[in-house]
Design a protein around this ligand. Sequence first.
Ligand code: PMM
Length: 285
Amino acid sequence: MTTWRVPGLPHEGRCLVMGVVNVTPDSFSDGGQSFDPDVAVRHGLELVEQGADIVDVGGESTRPGAARVSLEEELRRVEPVIRVLAQEGVTVSVDTMRAEVAEAAVGAGAALVNDVSGGLADPVMPRVVAAAGVPYVVMHWRGHSHEMEGRAVYSDVVTEVAEELRKRVDSVLAEGVAEHQIIVDPGLGFAKRAEHNWPLLAGIGRLNELGYPVIIGASRKRFLGRLLADPDGTPRPFSRSDDATLAVTALAAHAGAWCVRVHRVRPNADAVRVAAAWLDGEGVR
Ligand code: PMM
């Protein structure tokens, strides 16, 4: 379903493209390129110029094994960047697990809260999002970066992730978040190994059945590097898995994803247009 309309966010009649600005010194996928606030703002504006519908600003690395940053440091990283981008007319998302950061970000102009913990890391988060009234990404999550690898245990990953997402959605609805605010995400790579990520991608149709827009974050993740490993088994580095990200984007958009979260925007923006034209050709849209 490419026709989701999320109040407060762009609607293009195709899968949307969310470009990533990590204001961190240690993100695994872009190596701290945007740690300086001015550089982060410039990067965000470039992503819009390249076709990003939404710019996702995050100040805490969620790479496997990463330590948490303090609340003060996270706020210091993201708030000024969000404020300037929003003033420039950019639709900004804040990537945070902390209610206080979400609240400050919305105050600075963020239009969406992207919570990789789906409200589990900070129990106050759903109430803050409910009060703010902005769209809310509820991602499937089983624990912080240092503990998630051991929790990547599933017997039927698509059924379990869908069921756990449904429970999270019920819980945030009970806290006052409205149906129309909710977006769901299977959380590729978060307490999931490669053998879990592929069925989840193949299962986008099942996730759509939850009845909420689905966002997919596959860009530059390790499972792509594993798939494309050298004959001796050495995984392809993330910097050379961008073409594989494009393939995932086109397939996810064709399968009905509402949005893809990506690092390299221009080619992914092309890919979602190809998928939209393909769906038009099928008479699906
Ligand atoms: N992945 C990362 C960070 N934030 N948000 C959503 N909604 N979905 C994701 O899959 C996701 C996310 C980690 O990736 P990065 O370090 O490359 O930004």
